[in-house]
Design a protein around this ligand. Sequence first.
Ligand SMILES: CC(C)(COP(=O)(O)OP(=O)(O)OC[C@H]1O[C@@H](n2cnc3c(N)ncnc32)[C@H](O)[C@@H]1OP(=O)(O)O)[C@@H](O)C(=O)NCCC(=O)NCCS
Length: 172
Amino acid sequence: MLVGKRVNLKVAEKEDVPLLAQWLNDVNFSGDYQHFPDQITKAMLEKRIVEHRLYQNEWVDFIIEKKDGNKIGWAAHYLSAPNFGWIEIGYAIAPNERNKGYATETIQILVDYLFLTRDIVRIQAVIDSANIASRRTLEKARFKKEGTLRKALWNAKGKWTDGDFYGILRDN
Ligand SMILES: CC(C)(COP(=O)(O)OP(=O)(O)OC[C@H]1O[C@@H](n2cnc3c(N)ncnc32)[C@H](O)[C@@H]1OP(=O)(O)O)[C@@H](O)C(=O)NCCC(=O)NCCS
């Protein structure tokens, strides 16, 4: 368990599969800009979370919990380009818990954890260029915009959209 001031990040387990399946397949939770695989079944999530064999590369899911144990969101870190060792993060907060600073704290916890436990110099995130909330959240967590990938993401509305690369370095 990664312990923060207002939220904890619990590594997702088998018992979390039904909730994650519900969340990740719900456009109200994932948002208009989510670029993860469109739909994911419980069987796929079991392979990802319990058996760690859905993807070839490392992928770790977390449940974001408030201090009273209430589950309010999802986060993950994963190897996005294994040849380069690029570690990327993703996150979503339940609609009724947004704009309370929970995603920003989640990102800060993940960054601290990854820099403490991995021999890496950077962590990155890719967001839909129109995803203002996600951009603001990354900026508050001291990520910087590094560039734009044109038509890189297939969004929930069935359109190719530009993706902004954000990164944070170990050194600054
Ligand atoms: C992006 C997301 C995770 C942010 O979570 P959150 O807990 O609300 O984030 P925080 O409260 O830490 O910060 C949100 C910031 O965005 C700002 N914001 C939100 N919507 C905004 C909008 N439409 N225009 C301008 N600013 C906006 C908030 O005001 C806040 O900034 P502030 O603290 O300076 O006021 C949440 O909106 C979400 O789950 N979206 C759907 C999934 C998603 O897009 N995930 C990211 C994929 S890369």
